[in-house]
Write a protein that binds this ligand. Sequence first.
Ligand code: G6P
Length: 372
Amino acid sequence: SAADKGGWSSFMAKEVSEEPEAVAKTVLGRVRDGAVVIPELDGLDELFAGISRVVVIACGTAAYAGQVGKYAIEQWARIPVDVELAHEFRYRDPVIGPDTLVVSISQSGETMDTLMAVKYAREQGARTLSICNTQGATIPRESDAVVYTHAGPEVAVASTKAFVAQITALYLLALHVARVRGSMTAEQIARETHELEAVPEKISTILEREQERITQLAGWMADTRSVLFLGRHVGFPIALEGALKLKEISYIHAEGFAAGELKHGPIALIEPGQPVFVIVPSPRDSTLLHDKVVSNIQEIRARGARVIVIAEEGDASVLPFSDEVLRIPLAGALFEPLLAVVPLHIFAMGLATAKGLDVDQPRNLAKSVTVE
Ligand code: G6P
């Protein structure tokens, strides 16, 4: 009912508006003296000290959160991470054992593909940790440990606020493990923790400043037949998530690519008028990475692409080659995905709405897929 939606036109609109709180509430109670201490993981220091590998398993949007988390776990905790679709993991005799921590990610905690992969991992002697948004769900009950995301109940089929909460939980886990393993100094941990705590405010800024403009842009694009998304580094899984969201609720063909892969194939798709979203990494973190993505933009622009750029405030380098620039506040490199995804969620919602579709109940999809 309208009351459940709290005055919003859809659950999805309400849930996107709750993205700042989803992050804030997931961090709440897990920072002590500038360091991340997750109380639920008390007593597991030995486990974290002893693992030599992390395998993240999930499906759909949760798997893209996992792909973002890989960068943080490797950079901060210095443990190699593989991210696998749960349904692929289980059926190919993966090499796992007691030194493997299998981290499952599931909003519902009931996705059958993910649950079966967790059970399989346990049978193989791996340790299991669940990142879940639903208290007492099956997957956390079947796992050795659980870190709950506190996004609140998510009703719309397409996941939004749970996604940012999942990335947040993975970052908390990475910082917790980094402290236990001593892979970062206290100062480094404090700096990244502070960055994480600053994210909710920055998401609010995007919602306040850009929501209307993005929705309008999506409205103009209601007849678009295909949209491409490019990203690099942590922007790559965000490109995949932007494409998935568009497919799920607007039924438009959409694909996400690693920007560096463009010249190895996808550039053949570019023809005049083809809309392409490009997530541009901050020039402050890596000029090299930034400049490579800007040169990708030039290449597709030269072939007539309609370029919609997501870039940090003040980055003027993109202006000459973009049709639209959506701004995100300044943040450390690993925190950009938590910001860059927000315009993409708004865009998918705006486009589906402009097409007159039910954004909460897309055709053929279920919120939680409880069959294999
Ligand atoms: C379904 C939903 C997706 C979701 C995926 C994983 O396919 O339609 O939106 O990302 O399941 O769900 P989970 O509850 O495991 O995060």
